[in-house]
Design a protein around this ligand. Structure first.
Ligand SMILES: [Zn+2]
Length: 302
């Protein structure tokens, strides 16, 4: 490692070993199992990366073909998560970190007091607001603590984008009530699919994703941050065929797949949907234990 490399964002140890280089970023692997980019992108790099083209099909960015067209599929994929939270802990105050256009909060329904945080001003400006959902534009770490406490805090496809995931979990802990539920999903780099693909795994996408957890390294970080994991499962999701080929063209970088991806975006058949479960994305539910780091258990949940 070079002296400019940052320590592991999950466990804080230095001395991670080089794994590979991708999109101009060196990716390191820590002995705790976590992989991460050796450096963080600058604020300017991030702002440029998350421009509106990220949500509208820039093939260099592995974002979305067209976020608004894909939203119905994303919403369908939220079904099991919505059901789980409606059942346990049930309606209350919820904060969705990285809420995009508020689709998940919309699905939870008006029985909840719904708040969201979204970093992209451009994305918020491009969409109509959802009635009953209040969205705060900015960086989660700067979110006013007075707005808490919340009963549920959700981070869908968010933790691996956040430059300092340990700080984000401390922030989540501070915003939740004791016994409150933290729900998140993110890739598992120790999954069979990720190990088989190596550096070509579709979730190794710096600077979109900056940290790549394993189930073990995420559980350890959650426990150090004052949470107890109560459920971890591997759910699939509904995607339009056009997105399958768009992402395949990113993984395989062969002109044929780029051509196929473009055709599927134009054709009606691209809007057909497929349920894909590669068992490489974990959905984790954890409860806040008070105080942080204590082994005392919170009220039973799940
Ligand atoms: Zn580590």
């Amino acid at each position: 490692m070079s002296s400019a490399d940052r320590p592991c964002p999950a466990c804080g140890e230095s001395g991670a070993r080089p794994l590979f280089e991708k999109a101009g970023y060196r990716v390191l692997e820590c002995s705790c199992g976590t992989a991460f980019t050796a450096r963080l992108p600058s604020a300017e790099e991030l702002t440029a990366h998350y421009g509106l083209d990220y949500f509208q099909g820039n093939p260099e960015k592995f974002g979305y073909v067209d976020y608004s067209a894909e939203e119905p599929f994303l919403l369908q994929s939220f079904g099991a998560k919505v059901e789980r939270l409606q059942r346990t802990p049930g309606p209350g105050r919820v904060l969705d970190v990285g809420c995009a256009t508020g689709g998940f909060l919309k699905l939870l329904g008006p029985a909840w007091e719904r708040r969201g945080i979204e970093l992209s001003r451009e994305l918020l400006d491009s969409q109509a607001a959802t009635p009953g959902v209040s969205v705060w534009n900015g960086d989660f770490l700067q979110y006013p603590r007075e707005n808490g406490p919340f009963d549920v805090l959700t981070m869908w496809d968010a933790l691996d984008h956040i430059p300092d995931p340990a700080a984000a979990l401390r922030k989540a802990h501070a915003l939740l009530r004791p016994g409150g539920t933290l729900a998140m999903n993110l890739g598992d780099r120790d999954s069979l699919f990720a190990r088989a693909l190596g550096r070509r795994w579709h979730l190794y996408i710096p600077p979109t994703h900056l940290t790549y957890f394993t189930r073990g390294s995420l559980t350890a970080l959650l426990e150090r941050s004052g949470f107890r994991v109560v459920q971890c499962e591997y759910e699939g999701k509904w995607v339009p065929l056009s997105l399958c080929f768009f992402r395949l063209s990113y993984i395989l970088t062969h002109p044929f797949f780029r051509w196929l991806s473009d055709r599927f975006s134009e054709w009606r058949i691209g809007q057909l949907k497929a349920y894909i479960n590669l068992r490489d994305v974990m959905t984790v539910y954890a409860v806040k234990i008070e105080p942080a780091g204590s082994s005392r258990s919170a009220e039973p949940v799940g």
